[in-house]
Design a protein around this ligand. Structure first.
Ligand SMILES: Cc1ncc(C[n+]2csc(CCOP(=O)(O)OP(=O)(O)O)c2C)c(N)n1
Length: 381
């Protein structure tokens, strides 16, 4: 395995000093090392992977140097637009080093949301005309690959990708995590919200631990999973899935159980929720100020005012809930109020070590939810 320190120091020796990206579980230790060892001006945890490519483009424009963009392969889709229409040689022709975590690599067992993306990861790079190498797990070989990658970038002035498989990097734990202000665990907050839902209500939960915690809560309560859409992939899109349901089914309340990293990734969706203004829409953001599900790297979640943003986007009500009592009363208020409503719930980072994963497939989840939505016997009006 490669030590994150070795990787980052080798990149520095090759002239790479700026990083932008969205954290990934396979790159967890290298992301944490970068977070701990890079100053604020040279590392940005971006809203999404497209933003990270644009940040590296801005860095190049200002300095003439090559920036590094790290991402999970799930984020390739977000990055395709600026890779095609900003950095590509047919447009502004800018150099860039991509480091891409390869979830779902064919032959390696992974969660369903990673299977398709894993199959198309290198094909997408080929289609984009981006040369790549799969990083060796041995340091001397990896060092040669980095030298070759940078030589290629200097020669072509284009993007080049280092693709990283599972178990390539040695563990490294984030040291500089912000102090944790939340008094409630996320799992406890998920339970409080899920328990408050009425008979006809449905939930759309976001990528990562939130969906896993919701699934386990339903299992523990013996409630079945038919009312929950667990958005295992498509990070940042839960709010619009919920909006799509809420607009068609005004007789039932739709709860979006979001993360702060996910809400920020595609925050524009909040403007559309406000514009469409469904009265049956409740948006709960479990805000731990971190990409907790992939290693706890900080987000902007607790540096910004989500309540003010929701109000400015024309949500009818928006509240901050800093502890359990405040969450219980915010949820009760959300049920009485005309939506859209947003609750910014402050929660602690971290999760139970024995937290399971959904045991139903995404297709089963979809079928069960659609069956639930086709029965309007419990709906209002
Ligand atoms: C497009 C995309 N980029 C990155 C990831 C990897 N990823 C999975 S969960 C997650 C963090 C989610 O953070 P947040 O929404 O704040 O929820 P938390 O894990 O903190 O509960 C990330 C970055 C992904 N699944 N999809």
């Amino acid at each position: 395995m490669i030590s994150p320190q070795f990787f980052v120091e080798k990149l520095r020796a090759e002239g790479v000093e700026f990083y932008a990206g969205v954290p990934d579980s396979l790159l967890k230790s290298v992301c944490a090392y970068i977070t701990d060892h890079t100053d604020e001006a040279h590392h940005v945890i971006a809203a999404n992977e497209g933003g990270a490519v644009a940040l590296a483009a801005g860095y190049h424009l200002a300095t003439g140097r090559v920036g590094c963009v790290y991402m999970q392969n799930s984020g390739q889709g977000n990055a395709v637009n600026p890779l095609c229409s900003l950095t590509d040689r047919d447009v502004y022709h800018m150099p860039l080093l991509l480091v891409v975590g390869w979830r779902g690599r064919p032959g390696v067992h992974d969660e369903p949301q990673h299977v398709k993306q894993g199959k198309v990861t290198t094909g997408l790079l080929n289609t984009l005309g981006i040369d790549y190498t799969v990083l060796a797990r041995e340091e001397a070989a990896a060092a040669r690959q980095i030298e070759q990658a940078m030589a290629c970038i200097r020669r072509s002035g284009e993007a080049y990708a280092i693709v990283v498989e599972k178990d390539t990097f040695e563990p490294y734990t984030l040291a500089c995590a912000r102090p944790d202000s939340g008094t409630m665990s996320r799992e406890e907050a998920v339970r409080i919200v899920a328990s408050a839902m009425d008979g006809a209500d449905v939930a759309v939960s976001t990528t990562g631990m939130i969906s896993r915690e919701l699934f386990e809560h339903r299992a523990a309560e013996g409630q079945g999973h038919g009312r929950d859409f667990l958005t295992v992939g498509s990070m940042g899109h839960a709010s619009q899935i919920a909006l799509g349901i809420a607009m068609q089914q005004p007789g039932r309340r739709v709860w979006c159980l979001d993360g702060d990293g996910a809400a920020i990734m595609h925050m524009g969706g909040m403007a559309i929720v406000g514009q469409k203004s469904p009265g049956n829409y409740v948006h709960i953001v479990f805000n731990n100020g971190a990409h907790d599900s992939v290693g706890g790297q900080p987000t902007a979640g607790q540096c910004i005012d989500l309540v003010a943003i929701a109000r400015a986007c024309r949500y009818r009500h928006a509240m901050l809930a800093a502890d359990e009592a405040a969450l219980r009363s915010a949820v009760a208020e959300a049920k009485r109020a005309e939506g859209p409503v947003l609750v910014d719930v402050r929660v602690r980072r971290g999760n139970r070590k024995d937290l399971g994963r959904p045991t139903t497939t995404p297709a089963e989840n979809k079928e069960a939810l659609m069956a639930f939505l086709s029965d309007d016997s419990l709906c209002r009006g």
